[in-house]
Design a protein. Structure first.
Length: 149
């Protein structure tokens, strides 16, 4: 896959707030290399672009930057999606069999998020059928350690 470089000054350069650090601005061209067939996502809130390649959206940065970037493309997402979250004390690395089991049994997507700073780990179950998501979440809950244990 080829790469292309964004111009040194993004289209919004007239109103873009460049970082005051000389070291930050000299790295912008190096961090802005995108796949050749990518559509760049440039925002006023972010120093580096995100991008879209086919059906893959790449966002980065701090939550504030990510939110602004997502708002630029939010209309491109559609459908009815439901999610359920199961909190767990099971270490993320020990969830392999649980995650594989859910994928084999249910038509849902999975995500696992490790515990940090006193918050329990989480397993997120997402799908378009609320009953299927609920069954999958119950199946996960039966197989992971409760946060209080």
């Amino acid at each position: 896959m080829g790469r292309r470089r964004l111009p040194r000054e993004p289209p919004s350069a007239r109103t873009w707030r460049w970082p005051s650090s000389p070291s930050a601005t000299r790295y912008w061209p190096a961090t802005a290399a995108l796949p050749e067939d990518a559509r760049a996502l440039l925002t006023e809130a972010s120093f580096n672009p995100g991008c879209v390649v086919e059906n893959v959206y790449v966002f980065h940065g701090f939550p504030e930057e990510l939110r602004v970037m997502f708002e630029e493309v939010a209309d491109e997402f559609g459908g009815d999606v439901v999610s359920a979250v199961v909190e767990t004390a099971t270490p993320e690395g020990a969830l392999k069999n649980v995650l594989a089991g859910v994928r084999e049994r249910f038509d849902v997507a999975m995500g696992s998020y490790p515990a940090r700073q006193g918050t329990p780990g989480r397993v997120k179950v997402t799908g378009t059928d609320p009953a299927e998501v609920e069954r999958a979440a119950e199946w996960v809950d039966d197989r992971v350690a409760d946060p209080g244990t």
